[in-house]
Ligand binder design. Structure first.
Ligand code: NA7
Length: 540
């Protein structure tokens, strides 16, 4: 496509969709169902999004597979069989491939193609989208289905470029297997990724050094193959259960006691926590008692329970204490699931390097150096996280009304209305954008809600003859203020994490995910739509 943005009145296509992950594939499908012309752009060589890029050993989803899957096609959910409770990356990628082929979606995407610039024509109400392949395409609407966790945090390790051994990045892992046998390996980072990859590498590496700055809470995945009966039961009730879950707080519909953690005895509390620990999603802890996410003392009861579990699992009491988070409330950083993570510290070949005790001074040509001295390694595995929510707009130019760059606007703190649109950027829709539940939910449920909202909106606008939609600054400010207000009401008020943008130097501290919950968020979106898209300015 080679249209020029000058003096155009009709775009090349109706909608450009950026990204071929779970969100992008569904958006394309929905728009095609409406009979629209759609052009998809995808940086990777195939569909799958995060499951295409992240192929490191040990990678599994932390949401059960029967739930981490689309609900929008009954035939699809009935025919697909998940092999395990928490599927490994290859199985999730296989599912993405199956969806793309079943609905013939691939032909609508230009792969190996990165969006570099999008410019809004304020008179024509048309976006001109430019890619790194040199193509330009114009569209009325742009849907950014680019994921909240898709751009790695820039490497900020001093001396990183001097290392002469093998650098591996979990976010762009080699497509051929890496052999760690006989190797001395350092893993930097102990978030969800670091925990998963360390647990795997510990099995074969000669020596493994896990560099931990902030410990994460992790509970056993209890992963296992699903039985035929479990699969049949899920399928028999899929439709009704999906409906129940999409109106829940977390998109998972997990059970809670409905009581205050401080009203019940320690025995009653711990019995509930033990059942969660042994059998349920770790996210059940969040709604286990009504006050654990708002009251510090109630929250501490979970940390006390989980701390005792770490002490049981790690033989050396000093190491166990280092692995127990003590600097933040439970739930204000991602809770992880693991398969034998804490037990690796009972192995002679695994060493915890506590960077709080001995800060990392530098990466050296042969390894790393802390205050405790130098360590030589053959391989460094970087599991240092993402520039969450805003990373995508940081390395492209999205130019809205009056030539303003979205990157500059968000520098002061990302702001949206309903997680969907930013004032000054008409006709540009974000899927699971800042101030939407996304990472604090079963993200597939949130993706489906958001894609439905966006594509229904595009249909509404077209049917009514509107060519332009934009969030008003007032509605946007009120939405962001409300979300920050909820943050102040919860244990997030004192937290510092990537949920708040704190992991990236210079990034503004703002509550990035919506804290109101998946069901209430859906209701808010539905109310706005029913009220003629209150808070958005519509124009022909
Ligand atoms: P996370 O959760 O952001 O974890 C990144 C880890 O890397 C975390 O332990 C960081 O410590 C550590 N890190 C980052 N930079 C450094 C430097 N410079 N020095 C030492 N340690 C560092 O990313 P993940 O990929 O594990 O997980 C992201 C999400 O993906 C996860 O929640 C799931 O939803 C899927 P810090 O906390 O900054 O002290």
């Amino acid at each position: 496509m080679t249209s020029s943005a000058q003096n155009i009145t009709e775009p090349d296509v109706d909608t450009v969709v950026v990204g071929a992950g779970f969100a992008g594939m569904m958006a394309v499908r929905r728009l095609l169902e409406q009979g629209r012309t759609v052009h998809g752009i995808e940086k990777g060589g195939d569909v799958g999004g995060t499951w295409y890029w992240n192929t490191y050993p040990g990678l599994r989803c932390d949401v059960e597979s029967v739930e981490y899957s689309y609900s929008w096609d009954e035939g699809l959910q009935q025919e697909w069989v998940w092999p395990e409770r928490y599927s490994a990356q290859p199985d999730i990628l296989k599912y993405a491939q199956h969806v793309a082929e079943r609905f013939d979606l691939k032909k609508h995407f230009e792969f190996n193609t990165k969006l570099t610039r999008a410019t809004f024509d304020n008179a024509a109400n048309i976006w001109t989208v430019t890619t790194d392949t040199g193509n330009t395409i114009t569209a009325r609407w742009v849907v950014m289905a680019t994921g909240a966790l898709s751009v790695p945090k820039k490497n900020d390790l001093p001396g990183a470029e001097t290392f002469t051994g093998l650098n591996l990045y979990t976010t762009s892992w080699p497509k051929t297997p890496v052999d760690f046998a006989g190797k001395r390996v350092a893993v930097i980072g102990t978030g969800s990724t670091g925990i998963q990859v360390s647990s795997e590498i510990a099995k074969t590496a000669k020596e493994l050094f896990v560099l931990q700055r902030t410990p994460s809470w992790s509970v056993p995945a209890h992963n296992r193959p699903l039985t035929a009966k479990e699969i049949a039961d899920v399928k028999a009730n899929y439709a009704s259960e999906r409906l129940r879950k999409r109106d829940s707080m977390d998109g998972l519909g997990l059970p809670g006691t409905g009581k205050s953690a401080l009203e019940v005895t320690k025995e009653e509390r711990d019995a509930f926590y033990q059942n969660v620990y042994d059998n349920m999603s770790p996210f059940t802890f969040f709604g286990s008692f009504t006050d654990v996410l708002v009251d510090d003392a109630a929250n501490q009861t979970i940390s006390d329970f989980l701390g005792s579990k770490v002490r049981e699992r790690v033989k050396d009491p000093a190491i166990a204490e280092k692995l127990i988070p003590k600097s933040y409330p439970f739930g204000t950083r991602r809770t992880c699931i693991d398969t034998g993570y804490y037990e690796i510290y009972n192995q002679d070949n695994v060493h915890l390097v506590d960077l709080l005790e001995n800060p990392l001074k530098a990466i050296t040509p042969t390894g790393f150096m802390t205050d405790a001295g130098a360590v030589d390694v053959d391989i460094i595995v970087h599991a240092t996280g993402y520039d969450a929510f805003t990373g995508v707009v940081s390395d492209v130019d999205i130019i809205g009304v009056d030539g303003v760059n979205l990157r500059e606007v968000w520098n002061a703190g990302a702001k949206t209305y309903l997680g969907t649109m930013t004032a000054g950027f008409p006709n540009l829709f974000l899927v699971t954008g800042p101030q939407s539940p996304s990472v604090l939910s079963n993200v597939v449920v949130s993706i489906e809600q958001h894609v439905d909202f966006i594509t229904d909106t595009i249909k509404y606008l077209t049917d009514k003859g509107y060519n332009r939609m934009e969030a008003t600054p007032e509605a946007q400010d009120a939405w962001v203020e409300m979300n920050n207000g909820i943050g102040q009401f919860t244990v997030h008020r004192n937290s510092h994490s990537w949920y708040m943008g704190d992991n990236v130097a210079g990034k503004a501290h703002v509550v990035l995910p919506a804290l109101m919950g998946v069901g209430p968020f859906r209701a808010a979106c539905d109310e706005v739509a029913a009220d003629g898209y209150r808070g958005f300015a519509l124009a022909s």
